[in-house]
Design a protein around this ligand. Structure first.
Ligand code: C5P
Length: 236
């Protein structure tokens, strides 16, 4: 895989016009993430646009519902031909299994590659205190993230989203074929912003990440194309 193919850039913009402006600015980016803001703002049209431009798609809608609804949502997502799709591991084993099966069957029916489902372990915005006192989960944050990754793996999901801080441990426990996707990545020359526990792209890959989600260091750089190129050189 080319170094540039390991970088997923989020289209963290509110509408299709802004998304297309970003796509035009960064034609060398092959893998884009569409999250809730853009999907709710623009509907599925942006996914069609990405497919027309032969881009790979990480549809990050973080499904979390009953098994039947998860299955329906995953079937619909599969029809767009997305590559990666997020679901909350906390939805539970039956929901995860049902979702993966539904996505695979739907893609098979229309003769396209199935999306790979990846589990959200713990939202990085959750503090240890919130986990204990709001969600009443009696585990350390890292232990809980590991348990959720294992649940995702045992339920047949392709991988998990995790912080670069957890990636080495998850790689060791979940094995080499489990996809690990890391946001919270910052080159040394970029501002950390709200990513407090960031790691450099090279260090995150070295620790075992398969894909890196890197947004603002590229999208808000004075020269986004040059920022992307620099990161590719750094991880070569
Ligand atoms: O701009 P930045 O590099 O911080 O963007 C990171 C992207 O990854 C954003 O789209 C953000 O929503 C997403 N993300 C994250 N932390 C998570 C899960 C997703 O930063 N735990």
């Amino acid at each position: 895989m080319l170094p540039s193919d390991r970088i997923i850039v989020p289209l963290d913009v509110p509408n299709e016009t802004a998304a297309i402006a970003l796509l035009d600015q960064l034609p060398q980016v092959s893998f884009w993430k569409v999250g809730l803001e853009l999907f709710v703002g623009s509907g599925g049209q942006i996914l069609e646009t990405l497919k027309q431009r032969q881009k790979r798609i990480f549809l990050d809608l973080k499904f979390h519902d009953i098994p039947n609804t998860m299955a329906g949502a995953c079937r619909s997502a599969a029809r767009y031909g997305v590559d990666l799709l997020t679901v909350h591991a906390a939805a539970g084993r039956i929901a995860l299994q049902t979702a993966q099966t539904a996505a695979t069957e739907e893609a098979g029916t229309i003769g396209i590659a199935p999306p790979r489902l990846i589990g959200i372990t713990v939202l990085t915005s959750l503090t240890a205190q919130a986990l204990a006192f709001e969600l009443k989960i009696p585990l350390e944050l890292t232990d809980y993230a590991l348990q959720m990754a294992l649940l995702a793996k045992e339920s047949g999901l392709a991988g998990a989203v995790c912080s670069p801080q957890e990636v080495a441990q998850l790689r060791e426990i979940c094995g080499k074929d489990f996809l690990l996707v890391c946001p919270g990545v910052r080159p040394t020359w970029a501002a950390k912003g709200d990513q407090q526990r960031a790691m450099t792209p090279a260090a995150a890959l070295q620790a075992g990440a398969d894909y890196l989600v890197i947004g603002r260091p590229i999208t808000t750089a004075a020269d986004p194309a040059d920022a992307f190129r620099q990161i590719c050189v750094e991880i070569q």
